[in-house]
Ligand binder design. Sequence first.
Ligand code: NAP
Ligand code: GDD
Length: 341
Amino acid sequence: MARRALITGITGQDGSYLAEHLLSEGYEVWGLVRGQANPRVPRVRRLLQDVRLVRGDLLDQGSLISAVEKVQPDEVYNLGAISFVPMSWEQAELTAEVTGMGVLRVLEAIRVCSGITASRGSSAGQIRFYQASSSEMFGQVRETPQTERTPFHPRSPYGVAKAYGHFLTQNYRESYGMFAVSGILFNHESPRRGAEFVTRKVSLGVARIKLGMAAELRLGNLEARRDWGFAGDFVRAMHMMLSAAGPEDYVIGTGRTHSVRELVEAAFAAADLDWERYVVCDASLHRPAEVDLLCADPKKARTQLGWEPTVSFEELVAMMVEADLRLLADGGDPEQDSSWA
Ligand code: NAP
Ligand code: GDD
């Protein structure tokens, strides 16, 4: 019998790569989709044809119980979230509900459907749970590089909501004996990245300038540093965590950090352009509280899971710029599905 996985956030960047990876491993993959006429669902149906869809919303406990009852998964990957950090200041309560309380609702759906109570813990054959935790929880970092033991100091409502989900996952593991783990993932990108995130904003901006479709690119803080990796590498780590002998949390990142300025330089250079002629610094794009520096220490994942990233920062930037040059040259719409080809 094929193992069965249920993925929340199937319409997002990571959902697509994880679904492809699990299908290639012989899984039956189900994706949770929300809304009555979600515009991203046709894209999922077209590009992830072997994925089955089930309706549900992280805001709706009953819908999650119904989804778990219907799918009867062996593994649940909770990738659904409001994931764009600036939006979390504009809609802080919604972010708390989706990104934070959504974790509680998925864990409760698993607990209720599995008949787990405080006195009657889980047993063999239990549903394994993966929570998409984030390096954004480290926020104003206490040490560099960051490990599984680095204390959290989140700097946005998003980071606070993720910290809640992280501790709750740990608590359900300790309270109920559930196989529930968190991957503390550092930034990971791809040609499927949402256009609002800085890497994709830059790769699309470079492509537009190169093709004569734009004259400038407006950006915020160029000094922030991130540990950027390739999303395809990072979803393998999620699967490895749920395939491990025991439930443990892991930091996943490349261990290398680059500034937004270095990202910009590399992306414009990949298209033979001088970035200083085109980039405009826009103070309105600065955040109320910034995370200045993130850099992972992925030693535990390397030694215990055998996980290694395969795509370097330079290869990632070139991959994204080339993909966006092709996409726009072919008349594609970055907000639609072409970038998923
Ligand atoms: P993404 O592209 O923004 O996708 C977010 C997903 O969440 C979408 O499928 C979205 O569905 C879904 N969603 C939003 N609200 C929902 C709701 N109320 N109910 C159900 N689903 C809902 O994010 P990503 O980059 O793939 O990241 C996946 C997860 O990893 C997120 O939890 C993110 O916070 C976390 N993470 C990401 C990174 C990174 O660098 N990418 C790093 C660390 C952690 P719709 O299409 O319906 O909106
Ligand atoms: N988005 C954006 N747009 N960011 C900019 C811009 C801009 O115009 N200019 C500078 N930046 C800086 C931001 O201030 C931030 O320091 C950095 O670029 C990265 O921003 P994002 O790409 O939006 O990602 P993020 O680090 O805030 O969050 C992403 O990674 C987290 C993991 O660390 C998201 O994927 C989160 O969901 C994820 O948890």
